[in-house]
Ligand binder design. Structure first.
Ligand code: URA
Length: 210
């Protein structure tokens, strides 16, 4: 993947995203849409996975058939909202290894504070896809990727639902080697660090909290 930012403009992704942005969409529907949209985004973020071939017998003949090459990839969810994207990705890539990074955002400084980290082994040999629905300031994403690189990860992609120009710039500055795949590049951040037009607090909307 060579592009630093890929906005997935597929009509199904855009339609589902509009439904998710609507403040009257219920928690159950929001969660279902997130699962569906993350399957479509998973398709994009894995588009250029390396392939090899394996010899198989079809009912008709032998063939050298394409299969994914290398170690199982790793999905790393930034808690807690990342888990909403994780389910759809695992529908499509059920054998992926899964890691979690717990970061909360200090509401005053907007800086990430780490409270949990559990990662798969051999990160250096895997494609690592970091998932967080909202690339807002970029602070948590940059911190999570710092941590992954310190744990050996070399080939990292970042998948989100919404990104801001500020978040993309911050990521590009800190981790220019990490491509970002998103469903939308939104207008801006407000003074509380929320994405505008956005969809509100992704964690609250998917888990029904406030
Ligand atoms: N996190 C969210 O859940 N929503 C935003 O708008 C920004 C960060």
């Amino acid at each position: 993947m060579t592009e630093h930012l890929t906005v997935v403009d597929h009509p199904l992704v855009q339609h589902k995203l509009t439904l998710m942005r609507d403040k009257d969409t219920s928690t159950a529907v929001f969660r279902q849409l997130l699962r569906e949209i993350s399957q479509l985004l998973a398709y994009e973020v894995t588009r250029e996975l390396p392939m090899t071939t394996k010899s198989i017998e079809t009912p008709m003949c032998q063939m050298d058939a394409p299969v994914l090459k290398g170690r199982k990839l790793a999905l790393v969810s930034i808690l807690r909202a990342g888990n909403g994207l994780l389910d759809g990705l695992l529908d499509l890539i059920p054998s992926a290894r899964v890691g979690f990074v717990g970061l909360y955002r200090d509401e005053e400084t907007l800086q990430p504070v780490q409270y949990y980290c559990k990662l798969p082994e051999n990160l250096e040999d895997r494609l690592v896809i970091v998932v967080d629905p909202m690339l807002a300031t970029g602070n948590s994403s940059v911190a999570a990727i710092d941590l992954l690189k310190a744990s050996g990860a070399k080939n990292i992609r970042f998948l989100c639902l919404l990104a801001t120009p500020e978040g993309v710039a911050r990521m590009h500055e800190a981790h220019p080697d990490v491509p970002i795949v998103t469903a939308s590049l939104d207008k801006c951040l407000n003074d509380k660090g929320y994405i505008v037009p956005g969809l509100g607090d992704a964690g609250d909307r998917m888990f029904g909290t406030k």
